[in-house]
Ligand binder design. Structure first.
Ligand code: SF4
Ligand code: SF4
Length: 341
């Protein structure tokens, strides 16, 4: 189904108070939980850092089988981790994903292990950068020299037409005053920018709520977006995340699969699965069993301020905001810009 029809379907379902696990906008693969960094704020969702979350990993042929299953439901594949480039046969994974038919492949990475082959093989790359202050950023990432390397990689990538590049900043108490500098760096190099608060499990980290400096930062990002900067986070998301407003979460607009092939239900934050896609290569059957019917309900009582949940949920519950975002993106596209999301 065309992505626009999928959005309309979910908007219609939302209007009658239903949430459907069918017709995902994309599928998010946690290829591995291993990582070559040890960021102070890393949180796999349940409070544990990704590199400490042990899971078996699948072979290329096992992923081929899962990709074939998933591609029946979406053309959009989002590869992440941990650090997905720690998966030794990443090039084979990218080749298999293309052979399976995925039309858009994006990669979430810390950028340290990027190679020309990987860069050629993907449509979009999302790289983390939390501060331009090399010393502070290296401290946050627990790796000396990492920030300098990532900045050089970004400047090189910015020269290319493809893939599209986005920088994502995690907002912490330590870097509130640095994130706007990262945004300016992105503006200068023509890179799409986004930012969101760090989480402690399902809650924003202590110190951000009610923090004036945090509010001022969000206002600055909103102002830059209105001024035509390429900022992926929507206006609705930025407004909501400023005060951590509650929202009606729809976590299955994008499906998520763990390194061992387990299909998440409902979300990474609750760390529970519907079953394994190798054992049951039928995600709809798994979701139906997990939810007990054609639709599902979420009563988690949380408001995870993560753009990948909050922003996508807003998009279907606030069609006018979606329209505004569409117009904004058409405008930025018309200026020769590319957005990643
Ligand atoms: S790069 Fe990502 S996965 Fe790795 S330690 Fe940092 S936050 Fe965690
Ligand atoms: S708000 Fe959404 S992402 Fe967070 S725990 Fe609830 S269902 Fe999961």
């Amino acid at each position: 189904m065309h992505p626009i029809l999928k959005v309309l379907y979910h908007i219609a379902m939302g209007a009658i108070g239903k949430k459907s696990y069918r017709f995902p906008m994309g599928v998010y693969i946690y290829l591995t939980f291993r990582c070559n960094l040890r960021c102070s704020y890393c949180d796999g969702g349940s409070g544990e850092k990704f590199p400490l979350m042990k899971r078996s990993e699948l072979s290329i042929e096992q992923w081929r089988s899962i990709f074939t299953t998933l591609h029946k439901h979406t053309d959009f594949l989002l590869l992440s981790g941990g650090e997905p480039l720690m998966y030794e046969k990443i090039i084979d994974i990218l080749r298999v994903a293309r052979e399976t038919g995925f039309k858009f492949i994006s990669l979430n990475t810390n950028g340290l292990l990027l190679t020309p082959e990987v860069i050629e093989a993907v449509d979009a790359i999302i790289i983390s950068l939390d501060s331009l202050d090399r010393e502070k950023s290296d401290r946050l990432w627990n790796r000396e020299g990492a920030t300098d390397r990532v900045l050089k990689v970004l400047v090189e990538l910015a020269q290319r037409r493809n893939p599209s590049i986005m920088v994502n900043s995690v907002i912490l108490n330590e870097n509130i005053d640095d994130v706007a500098d990262v945004m300016e760096f992105c503006g200068k190099h023509g890179i799409t920018f986004s930012a969101g608060p760090a989480l402690d499990k399902v809650r924003p980290i202590p110190g951000l709520k009610g923090n004036r400096r945090y509010h001022a930062l969000i206002d600055k990002i909103l102002k830059a977006k209105r001024a035509g900067y390429r900022i992926a986070a929507t206006i609705d998301y930025l407004r909501a995340v400023k005060h951590f407003q509650p929202f009606d979460c729809h976590p299955l607009l994008v499906w998520r699969v763990y390194p061992d092939g387990n299909l998440l239900f409902p979300c990474s934050r609750m760390n529970s699965t519907a079953g394994n896609l190798l054992e049951t290569p039928d995600p709809i059957a798994l979701f139906k069993k997990a939810s007990g019917g054609e639709y599902f309900e979420i009563n988690c009582g949380e408001n995870c301020p993560l753009s990948c949940y909050m922003d996508t949920s807003h998009m279907i519950h606030r069609p006018l905001g979606l329209l505004r975002e569409g117009l904004y993106r058409m405008h930025t596209f018309s200026q020769g810009h590319r957005l990643v999301y």
